[in-house]
Design a protein around this ligand. Structure first.
Ligand code: GUN
Length: 298
């Protein structure tokens, strides 16, 4: 028995991309500026290659100047930093994204902090993290995945989360922590849970909004979820799936979708939920960066 609404992230992301495409055309027409996005990938992680390909394709669809730098897995740190420096100084580039994870010999922090804050469309630079944490989201680049989650939540219950309990499962720098900041800024009462949290199911049971970002397939079950809650599934887990007796690799989230749909008010599917929204938010951040670089309003 399904009671929950399926939140269609794919459709919402496509709508967003269409409006970005229109604004990009107008920016070129009126000001001669084309947003430029550079994506850097080091090594051959298959999942990262898929993400990067999708980002590049969407950037092209939106009418951006889109470049990809594919570096060998054994590229030296100094060479990665040199490339970032070039991109920082290239006026045709408004957004720089270094796909994570990086190969083990590279210092992820040194690389993400080398991207100039004004082109940091991932929102990973400490300047942008600081602005977000201080509630200065109007002039920060907000990480794309949490930003996309917030749009989906706002679509369901509005932008003011006063009186709502939100539980974030996972405390990563990419999702959990920025997600908590955004929910707090929207007036939610926020609990961040993680691997050391006791009685997780009980904590989640008090939530009007659940955001799961832990990387554990189908972890969140119906009996954890408050009736009517909004459940946002950030997990992308590769698992074996058996369909019609045939076993294949497939994607599944951190939420047991069919189970949770019997209780929740609205749930995002995987695939087709948060993933496409993340990519559209990256385009939104790049367009915004291009506008700011031209002295226009964000
Ligand atoms: N790897 C997984 N998620 C992300 C993301 O949002 N940005 C980057 N750069 N790498 C990632």
């Amino acid at each position: 028995m399904t009671v929950a609404k399926r939140i269609d992230g794919k459709a919402k992301a496509a709508e967003l991309a269409e409006s970005i495409t229109r604004e990009t055309a107008a920016l070129l027409d009126e000001h001669g500026i084309k947003p430029g996005l550079a994506v850097v990938i080091v090594g051959e992680d298959p999942a990262s290659q898929v993400y990067v390909r999708n980002k590049k394709r969407t950037a092209e669809t939106c009418g951006f100047h889109s470049v990809q730098h594919t570096l060998a897995a054994d590229t030296a740190q100094a060479d990665v930093l040199r490339l970032i420096d070039e991109l920082n100084n290239n006026d045709a580039i408004h957004g720089i994204l270094v796909q994570l994870p990086l190969p083990g010999h590279l210092d992820e922090q040194a690389v993400t902090q080398a991207v100039t804050p004004s082109k940091d469309v991932d929102g990973f630079h400490f300047i942008n993290i600081g602005k977000l944490t201080a509630g200065r989201t109007a002039d920060a680049f907000v990480p794309c995945t949490p930003a996309g989650c917030m749009l989906m939540i706002a679509d369901e219950i509005g932008g003011d989360l006063s009186g709502k309990n939100a539980v974030v499962i996972g405390r990563s720098n990419i999702v959990g922590k920025p997600m908590a900041s955004l929910l707090l800024q929207a007036n939610a009462t926020v609990t961040v849970t993680h691997s050391r949290t006791r009685d997780l199911a009980q904590v989640v049971a008090g939530a009007d909004i659940v955001v799961a970002a832990v990387g554990r397939p189908d972890m969140v079950k119906a009996d954890w979820v408050k009736p009517g809650a909004i459940v946002i599934d950030v997990g992308i887990n590769r698992v074996e799936k058996t369909v019609d007796g045939e076993t294949k690799m497939g994607l599944t989230g951190d939420v047991d979708y069919d189970d949770v749909c019997t209780v929740a008010g609205a749930v995002t599917p995987v695939p087709g939920g948060v993933g496409p929204m993340t990519i559209s938010m990256l385009m939104a951040n790049t367009l915004r960066s291009a506008r700011l670089a031209a002295g226009l309003e964000a």
